[in-house]
Design a protein around this ligand. Structure first.
Ligand SMILES: [Zn+2]
Length: 163
């Protein structure tokens, strides 16, 4: 079970005038900072001004997610994501930094998420969508040939979008 946490209104107001809204996308949205389209499912693009699902996740999932993100090959490159550049600092606590965006192919869908998602889970009780958890648990790791094969159609799709 997941519940939705609502943040205080003062937090929303504090951020309302900033330029940080661009990093927020609802879970399972068809767009994200680096990719958009009917095949896209956004995961973990959180922002303090918006409520998000919370709850515990299985240790097995968290371990696999860390392993996935730790892979030497940049998963984002597998999908022809545009380079966003710069370091992203956690907007909830200011204590963690990320900067990579990753893709997780699952059939004809591509989950798109920032590396900061691990921090959100561990520190801010974020619970990703069940579809994402299931897809990650059965996905090959990014530095495998199997992963490359699954990724290739999306790479071509994004390259075509940028032309
Ligand atoms: Zn944080």
């Amino acid at each position: 079970m997941s519940r939705v946490r609502r943040r205080g209104r003062s937090t929303a107001l504090r951020y309302a005038a900033g330029d940080v809204y661009m990093s927020f996308f609802p879970d399972m949205a068809r767009n994200s900072l680096v990719a958009r389209g009917e095949h896209v499912r956004a995961v973990g693009w959180l922002h303090p001004a918006h409520p998000y699902a919370t709850g515990s996740v299985a240790p097995q999932f968290l371990a696999r997610l860390k392993e996935f993100i730790r892979q030497p090959s940049l998963s984002g490159d597998d999908f022809c994501f545009p380079g966003i550049g710069g370091v992203h600092t956690c907007e909830f606590c200011g204590q963690a930094h990320g900067g990579r965006n990753l893709g997780l192919p699952c059939d004809d869908v591509l989950f798109v998420f920032p590396d900061m998602v691990v921090h959100y889970i561990e520190v801010h009780e974020y619970k990703p969508p069940d579809e994402f958890i299931a897809a990650l648990l059965r996905s090959p790791l990014p530095d495998t040939e199997e992963f490359q094969v699954l990724s290739e159609p999306f790479w071509h799709l994004h390259r075509a979008q940028q032309c």
